[in-house]
Design a binder for this molecule. Structure first.
Ligand SMILES: Cc1cc2nc3c(=O)[nH]c(=O)nc-3n(C[C@H](O)[C@H](O)[C@H](O)COP(=O)(O)OP(=O)(O)OC[C@H]3O[C@@H](n4cnc5c(N)ncnc54)[C@H](O)[C@@H]3O)c2cc1C
Length: 498
């Protein structure tokens, strides 16, 4: 029987990062991934010579000296990737009905650019920006500082809602919406989502925004190669169906083909509710199971992946956030006729000097209820009615897109689509949830999941334990690995790497 110091279930970003940190510190690590491809939300797919990102599309804070750059250096990723910096004066374009508002990079630039659209609101915009910076600096972990306790950010920022926060800077409802225009990056609600979620994400993107040239799988390839070169094992097509425990702790995992793998410690990179489904032990109390199973998750989405004819569609070095109504919030609440209330249109980059786009994604919120009819079906075998459903939604999205990019259809070679079922089946997230558990400022403790479980040698990592996105998951990986190494060892490691 194989035996490891540490077994990691799932090769999402969190699983790979934990594998990297712990291998670097001499642990014998084995990572088990159920899909043919590693990376979870960082997976790509290939069709007819085109590559499509399925999850992660753009990153913030990768400029020299910025936080993500430090992490990329620490994980030895920087040498393996090429970056495309998005347009400095408009990296995100927020379009509310037909009016466009650019987000510019750099705080002063952000203030000055938006103030041109809201000249009477310059002070409010500046105060908003200052508050975002204050919040971003209030978390030692997000600033890679040594810490003496486990508080990752002051409770004020956990208990205040993003809606309340934004409305405190301006009474102008349009500006309030513009300042919340990238909320699809966390699929939150104005009255529920803690302000730190909004602030930490916005902060990193205003600092600097980037695309990974060639796609997010470059990050995965880099991490997998590093883990293997440090002696770690990483296997694909290995679904874990059980975590076996004795009376005190976890002892082994079982794969879908019946193989047992022992370890001293276990880390699950999959959704906490899915992790508990693998455990049949009295060590997990019913109340804990109930709490985890009943946590609300962020919504899912429908994605249209477009392949363009060569040299036909001008490359946009920014992302287009579209809202059809006058509010950017609650676009995940819709009727069939209203769908989509919003979309996010992003092109992919293949070189630093793109002139024409090769491919793009259009992402629109979609709830699992819309596809529940097919919930018991498997990838590729969901039936003609499911294909018809996808085609209807694709045409609807293309109609929406053509309002802003006339005759786009003429330049499309082919397109593919994915639904909440695709996300559920390729990443294992609950109901295809985009970003995992939904945080609620009114119930902060109940909507945060600890890296520790009721089983002493089983830990959690990934987007559900701290926050989602590259930055959130990276901090989560540090928190999980701190259980083995101490947080300040890892912080020192990162500093030494600089
Ligand atoms: C559409 C979309 C767009 C996004 N865009 C961005 C972006 O632009 N920028 C950004 O920073 N973030 C973005 N994110 C968020 C970011 O991609 C995620 O937060 C992050 O990648 C999640 O990592 P994770 O470690 O939680 O693992 P996950 O990606 O959830 O991976 C979990 C892995 O576990 C595997 N697994 C599940 N069950 C089992 C099992 N039983 N046995 C073995 N393996 C199993 C899965 O196959 C998967 O590979 C986006 C996410 C989505 C979905």
């Amino acid at each position: 029987m194989k035996k490891y110091d540490i077994v990691i279930i799932g090769s999402g970003l969190g699983g790979l990062q934990c594998g990297y940190i712990l291998s670097k510190h001499g642990y014998k690590v084995g990572i088990f991934e159920k899909q043919p491809q590693f990376g979870g939300c960082l997976q790509v797919f290939y069709r007819k010579g085109y590559t499509f990102d399925t999850g992660m599309h753009y990153l913030g804070g990768l400029g020299e000296g910025e936080i993500l750059r430090k992490l990329f250096d620490y994980y030895s990723i920087t040498k393996d990737i090429k970056l495309q910096k998005l347009n400095t004066d408009c990296f995100d374009k927020i379009v509310i009905q037909d009016n466009e508002y650019p987000y510019a990079m750099g705080y002063q630039n952000f203030i000055e650019t938006l103030s041109q659209y809201f000249p009477k609101e310059q002070e409010g915009i500046a105060a908003f920006v200052k508050a975002i910076q204050t919040i971003a600096h209030a978390s030692p972990l997000y600033n890679l500082q040594e810490i003496n306790n486990n508080i990752f950010i002051e409770s004020d920022y956990i208990k205040k809602s993003v809606g309340e926060f934004i409305t405190s800077f301006t009474k102008d409802p349009l500006l309030q919406n513009v300042l919340a225009g990238t909320n699809p990056l966390y699929a939150g609600f104005p009255e529920k989502t803690p302000v730190y979620v909004h602030a930490l994400i916005l902060h990193s993107y205003i600092k600097s925004s980037w695309r990974i040239i060639g796609g997010s799988h470059k990050i995965v390839d880099s991490l997998v190669n590093s883990i293997r070169s440090m002696g770690g094992d990483i296997f694909n097509n290995q679904e874990i169906i059980q975590i076996n425990c004795n009376n005190e702790k976890a002892i082994s995992i079982k794969t879908s083909v019946g193989e047992l793998i022992e370890a001293d410690f276990f880390i699950s990179n999959i959704h906490p509710a899915k992790t508990l489904e693998l455990i049949d032990s009295h060590l997990i109390r019913r109340a804990f199971r109930y709490r985890i199973n009943n946590m609300e998750n962020t919504t899912s989405n429908f994605t249209l992946y477009i392949a363009f004819k060569p040299n036909s569609v001008p490359y946009l070095n920014y992302n287009h956030y579209q809202y059809f109504g006058n509010s950017v919030w609650h676009t995940q609440d819709y009727t069939k006729e209203q769908w989509p209330k919003s979309f996010l249109y992003m092109q992919q980059s293949r070189s630093e000097n793109e002139v024409y786009a090769n491919s793009a994604q259009v992402v629109a919120f979609m709830n699992f209820e819309d596809v529940r009819l097919w919930e018991k079906t498997k990838v590729g075998k969901r039936g003609q009615d499911y294909l018809d459903f996808k085609e209807e939604k694709a045409q609807k999205l293309l109609d929406c897109l053509e309002k802003y990019y006339p005759k786009l259809r003429e330049n499309i070679i082919f397109y593919e689509t994915s639904t909440p079922l695709t996300y559920r089946d390729y990443t294992g997230s609950k109901d295809g949830s985009l970003y995992g558990i939904l945080r609620d400022c009114h119930f902060p403790a109940q909507t945060l999941v600890s890296q520790r479980t009721k089983i002493g040698n089983l830990f959690l990592t990934g987007q559900n334990i701290n926050a989602h996105g590259f930055l959130g998951v990276s901090i989560g990986s540090i928190i999980t690995c701190a259980e083995f190494l101490g947080v300040n060892t890892i912080m020192n490691d990162i500093k030494t790497e600089l």
